[in-house]
Design a protein around this ligand. Structure first.
Ligand code: TXA
Ligand code: MG
Length: 315
């Protein structure tokens, strides 16, 4: 098992030696390595068992730092960083050759983000290189929102997990690209489309799929627990699956079942985002065969939650 602790200096030293360290962010835990060191980056793919066509996000302390690694920054990109960095927003920007091909799977753009977590910000500020970090889960499985989640799955492959507690937002960053002055959302995430539109006006949303070369990692089936997820109206599903052991993932309703997880007792969509991956993990461990789930209200972060639920159910 990996050590879980708050020692930033230890994390820094390991990263400088080319090792990987799991780091907390406001979205999910990341599996971090020196983005400029090809061997470290190769280790990330190995530890996650991730296909090399799926590019990594590079984490920086601020926009100034990012400028060493990307060419022109579109004015709308800069504007978005002013409003939302540090925060759950990843920008696809034209990369300089200082970023190894392996990080971007050969694409001309690199995903850059400045995470909002005190420990990780201190760590990033103390380093001379940026950190490549995908979510710290085996490829295709649910993203980790606690240090223990990382330890359960990758604990025998890394030595240190920087303990930043439970991730505040709980769902990965929103990924945004720029084309001729247009803003395009490629992955819905912890920053809502509505919030982005308030700053830069109407955006296009181009999600999916393995056939969309812009977001090669946005595979249709992803974020999945081991148990089968069935999406629909819970009332109907519960009747239909009556004879089989099932778990229930509901938005707000209490079904009085031993095997249920309620995403948002308060009815707040942010609470549902915060709890989503934890809920899926808990249900995955229960003695049930299937997980019956319903979509949440499709506004704000609800769109990102529904996107995850649909991908999880596509397995
Ligand atoms: O919140 C997050 O973004 C977390 C934390 C750790 O920062 N990271 C994360 O990384 O979710 P990952 O690797 O699990 O998901 C990154 C997604 C992948 O779907 C990948 O395909 C896409 O970002 N991506 C990265 N670079 C890209 C690029 N240049 N063009 C298109 N998509 C890119
Ligand atoms: Mg991931």
């Amino acid at each position: 098992m990996a050590e879980i602790g708050k020692d930033i200096l230890k994390a820094k030293t390991l990263l400088e030696q080319g090792e990987l360290v799991a780091i907390p962010t406001e979205t999910v835990y990341g599996l971090a390595g020196n983005a400029l060191n090809k061997l470290s980056v190769a280790k990330i793919f190995q530890v996650k068992d991730r296909p090399q066509f799926d590019p990594l996000i590079v984490h920086v302390p601020n926009l100034e730092f990012a400028k060493s690694y990307v060419y022109e920054i579109p004015s709308k990109a800069e504007l978005l960083t002013k409003h939302f960095w540090p925060g759950p927003l990843t920008l696809l920007l034209n990369r300089k050759s200082t970023i190894p091909d392996l990080v971007t799977s050969g694409l001309d753009t690199v995903g850059i983000r400045s995470p909002d977590h005190t420990l990780t910000r201190e760590l990033l500020t103390s380093l001379t290189f940026p950190l490549a970090a995908p979510s710290a889960n085996p490829f295709g499985y649910i993203s980790p929102t606690r240090p223990e989640h990382v330890n359960e799955q990758l604990g025998d492959k890394i030595s240190y997990i920087l303990d930043g507690g439970v991730c505040k937002v709980g769902i990965e960053s929103t990924i945004v690209g720029f084309e001729n002055g247009r803003v395009i959302v490629y992955r819905m995430g912890g920053l809502s489309v509505e919030s982005i539109e308030k700053v830069v006006g109407k955006v296009s949303v181009e999600l999916n799929s393995s056939s969309n070369p812009k977001a090669p990692g946005q595979l249709r089936a992803h974020y999945a627990p081991n148990k089968k997820i069935i999406l629909g109206q819970l009332q109907d599903l519960i009747k239909k699956y009556d004879s089989k052991p099932f778990g229930i993932l509901s938005f707000q309703t209490d079904y009085q079942s031993k095997h249920q997880f309620i995403l948002a007792p308060s009815g707040k969509i942010e609470e549902a985002a915060h709890n989503l991956f934890e809920g899926l993990r808990i249900l995955d461990k229960m003695p049930v065969q299937t997980i019956l789930a319903e979509l949440v209200p499709d506004i704000g972060l609800g769109r990102a939650i529904n996107d995850r639920l649909k991908r999880a159910a596509a397995n």
